[in-house]
Design a protein around this ligand. Structure first.
Ligand code: FAD
Length: 474
């Protein structure tokens, strides 16, 4: 094999791409990653990690503000936002170094530059050779047996609402803020919008959310959306649902920006220091040479089969660029499955109903499986068990007892259909729900798993008992 020939070339070194490269290296493949920016991609540099680091600072601020209730008097509290940003960057840098080390450890060659898939040529009789153009304009060619496209996604914007990085931001720019605005209009009440609304509110920013759908977090169970709306309103966050922002009405004043939104046939004017646009993500399918391949793109995402193969069987695609659940843990799992399939193993296709999803707001929201509404739409007669954190001793000790856990099960077969949580640390608690889903556990089995006392995890046992009306502490 020549120097620039590889068993696998991964185009894009984000969470999906670099994890796939490591798995391929474990399987004995000669692997290269082509990355035009920084290894770690969106999740590490513009997503999960920096966002959660700031959320943690916001949570600490909230806790300290409430500390008198715990018998801890703090005389003055002030926010040092630059220190929060510095801490965030330190965490990102440390993890970035970790990914670089893992590439070296796995003997994975990293090409820094913009990759573009070439058509069949003397370099490569099949499509998939990749030209890599470095920042200095020089190019080289890498030739793979298999190619994995993992080019990720970028923020979606609204036509007419230009992101200028000053008055109008996406999460990319918001993460780079050097000072906190006094007020923010968050356009879009999905996961990213709600995380930012919660974060900013905990840091004293006046926040209003505008959501086009009739509820925030429209992919979650209706009861969860309702509870979160109630809790956000309690924190004085204004939540406008069923409201359509009218981009063309934006007016930039000296200190503020105003924009109109249409709700129930009437128009309201919203004003704040800045606008954060969080209306979803767009897959990076442009300018990567797909026109030189048979790879199919529909509704702007790459089409794949159960094993992430595109219409050209040696070209695979995973992560945000294939749409679906655009989550880091999904991208990395898809990367592992794709590489195992290339290696001739027989991986089990991913069941998306087993994927946990989390919103890292305060309180957190987490779910796995079908909502009650989805199960009913499929014609299943369901039974549900709901248990509040108010009745969990550890939640009271912890001082965060808003929220509940809801378990959805099949009334006839007892199958577990979904677990929906809102409350403290549910990003960790949902792992039990995900394991129960994978193992096809029934609520009875969850209830008879002994949970330590006092612990937040007790709520899983109680909610499972509640499915059959048998909760102990309700
Ligand atoms: C604000 C925010 C918060 C988030 N929080 C979470 C969370 O808490 N949990 C969670 O699971 N998910 C979260 N996500 C989603 C998560 O970041 C993505 O699902 C994940 O990063 C997708 O991984 P990926 O490998 O598919 O793509 P990416 O991480 O986007 O990586 C793609 C990489 O490809 C590179 N690339 C693109 N084109 C080329 C090219 N032509 N040549 C070379 N390189 C190229 C890019 O530079 C990038 O590094 C969040 C996202 C955002 C925006």
């Amino acid at each position: 094999m020549g120097e620039n020939e590889f068993d696998l070339v991964v185009l894009g070194g984000g969470t999906g791409g670099y994890v796939a490269a490591i798995r391929a290296s474990q399987l004995g493949m000669k692997v290269a990653v082509v990355e035009k920016d920084k290894l770690g991609g969106t999740c590490l540099h513009r997503g999960c990690i920096p966002c959660k680091a700031l959320l943690r600072s916001a949570e600490i601020h909230h806790t300290v503000r409430e500390s008198a209730e715990f018998g801890v008097d703090v005389s003055t509290i002030s926010i040092n936002f630059l220190q929060m940003q510095e801490r965030k960057q330190k965490i990102v840098d440390q993890l970035h170094k970790g990914v670089q080390y893992l590439m070296k450890k796995g003997d994975i060659k990293v090409f820094h530059g913009e990759g573009r898939i070439m058509g069949a040529s003397i370099f490569s009789p099949q499509t998939g050779a990749v030209s890599v153009t470095r920042d200095d304009g020089e190019s080289e060619i890498v030739v793979p047996k298999n190619l994995l496209i993992a080019t990720g996604s970028r923020p979606r914007t609204l036509a007419g609402l230009e992101v200028d990085g000053v008055d109008v931001l996406t999460s990319d720019e918001a993460l780079q803020l050097q000072s906190l605005p006094k007020s923010m209009i968050v356009v879009g009440g999905g996961v990213i919008g709600i995380e930012w609304a919660s974060l900013l509110n905990d840091l004293g920013v006046d926040v209003q959310i505008v959501e086009f759908a009739d509820r925030i977090l429209p992919l979650e169970d209706v009861d969860i959306s309702k509870e979160m709306t109630k809790l956000l309103k309690k924190r004085k966050i204004q939540v406008h649902t069923g409201a359509k922002v009218l981009p063309e009405t934006i007016v930039k004043n000296d200190e503020t920006v105003s924009i109109q939104a249409e709700k129930d046939g009437s128009v309201m004017t919203l004003e704040a220091e800045k606008i954060l646009v969080s209306v979803g993500r767009v897959a990076n399918v442009e300018n990567i040479g797909l026109d030189n391949t048979e790879v199919r793109v529909e509704q702007n995402v790459i089409q794949i089969n159960d094993y992430y193969q595109t219409a050209e069987s040696h070209i695979y695609a995973i992560g945000d660029v294939i749409g679906g659940l655009q989550l880091a843990h999904v991208a990395s799992h898809e990367g592992i499955l794709a590489v195992e399939h290339m290696a001739g193993l027989a991986p089990r296709p991913m069941d998306t109903t087993n994927v946990p999803k989390v919103t890292y707001s305060r309180p957190e929201i987490a779910s796995v499986g079908w909502t009650e509404q989805e199960a009913k739409e499929k014609g299943i007669s369901v039974k549900t068990g709901i248990f509040p954190f108010q009745a969990i001793g550890k939640a009271l000790i912890y001082g965060e007892s808003d929220g509940f856990v809801k378990i959805v099960a099949d009334e006839k077969t007892d199958d577990l259909l979904g677990v929906h949580m809102i409350g403290p640390h549910v990003s960790d608690l949902i792992a039990e729900g995900a394991l129960a889903k994978v193992l096809d556990a029934t609520p009875w089995e969850i209830a008879h798993t002994i949970h330590p006392h006092p612990s937040l995890a007790e709520i899983m046992g109680e909610a499972a008992l509640a499915v059959d009306g048998l909760a102990i502490h309700a």
